[in-house]
Design a protein around this ligand. Structure first.
Ligand code: LER
Length: 282
């Protein structure tokens, strides 16, 4: 299993000015850097590829789904923008040999409302139609879309593993699977290891986050149970720490980050790596 860390741990938005985080990740021992694509124009992709290759870091790509990138929006131009963002990120993932592009593909983070059953059904249909289009590009590129359930305070659309499985099974493509973020699962699942076993080979990516989104290993998640469940299903993907050390205002609002989640991003990165290595590799 590869151990990774998201650029979100240090910065938001990630840009060419923040490429030093790749050096930090490598020096700590990480195998993977997860690039969170907030604004692709802020990143010199040619230089980024050179730096990641020189350091020997694998790359995974994750999405930042703001309100204007929502494939289930009732505004057609926002749905179109969401789809075009997903396709752009699939192309970036392909270019960086990332096996996945992951995130809450289905909606915008922070979109939580009470809506009628009819509207819910319509939004789900828009989501399925757009995912169907995105899957076509994913299949051409050989990059898997990884759909991430979020907790109820960040989305009203896909909170649970069962809801994610329903979408994935309905679209029935080997290029649409599930990303689990254990921070969200701690709020929504009754038994995270059982949910992992239920997912089986539908699980393609894991964000290994503590229950309070602080340093993995310092909270109350059942890490041994999670490890054993991942071993049971033969999971061979990455385990990536994704938390927010310096969120943009939009991200802080969407993900309800109101206070520092560790003494520093550097400390979280070092201690989180040591914990994941000890727990998942020994
Ligand atoms: C996305 O991966 C996520 O976990 C959200 O809480 C914020 O984007």
């Amino acid at each position: 299993m590869y151990i990774g860390i998201s650029t979100f741990v240090w910065v938001s938005p990630f840009s060419t000015a923040s490429f030093d985080v790749l050096h930090k990740a490598k020096a700590i021992g990480y195998d993977v850097i997860e690039i969170a694509v907030e604004d692709r124009d802020l990143i010199d992709w040619v230089v980024l590829k050179k730096v990641s290759r020189e350091l020997g870091l694998r790359v995974t790509v994750s999405g930042a789904f703001g309100m204007d990138r929502d494939i289930s929006s009732d505004r057609p131009e926002i749905r179109a923008n969401g789809l075009s963002y997903i396709i752009d990120c699939l192309e970036i993932a392909n270019d960086f040999e990332s096996p996945v592009f992951g995130g809450p593909l289905y909606s915008a983070v922070g979109k939580t409302r009470l809506v009628s059953a009819e509207q819910k059904a319509q939004e789900r249909q828009w989501c399925l139609d757009n995912l169907h289009e995105a899957i076509k590009r994913a299949e051409e590129l050989g990059v898997t879309l990884a759909l991430e359930p979020l907790n109820r305070f960040e989305t009203d659309m896909v909170n649970t593993v069962d809801q994610a499985i329903a979408i994935v099974d309905e679209l029935n493509s080997p290029y649409l699977k599930v990303l689990l973020d254990t921070f969200h699962n701690n709020i929504e699942e009754k038994d995270i290891p059982a949910s992992i076993v239920k997912l089986g080979d539908r699980l393609v990516h894991v964000q290994a986050n503590e229950n309070d989104r602080g340093t993995p290993g310092t909270g109350h998640l059942d890490w041994i149970g999670i490890r054993d469940a991942l071993r049971t299903i033969g999971y061979e993907g990455s385990l990536v720490i994704e938390t927010f050390g310096a969120p943009s205002k939009e991200l802080a609002r969407a993900a309800s980050i109101w206070r520092p989640l560790a003494n520093s991003a550097d400390e979280l990165a070092v201690e989180g790596f040591e914990f994941l290595k000890k727990t998942f590799r020994e």
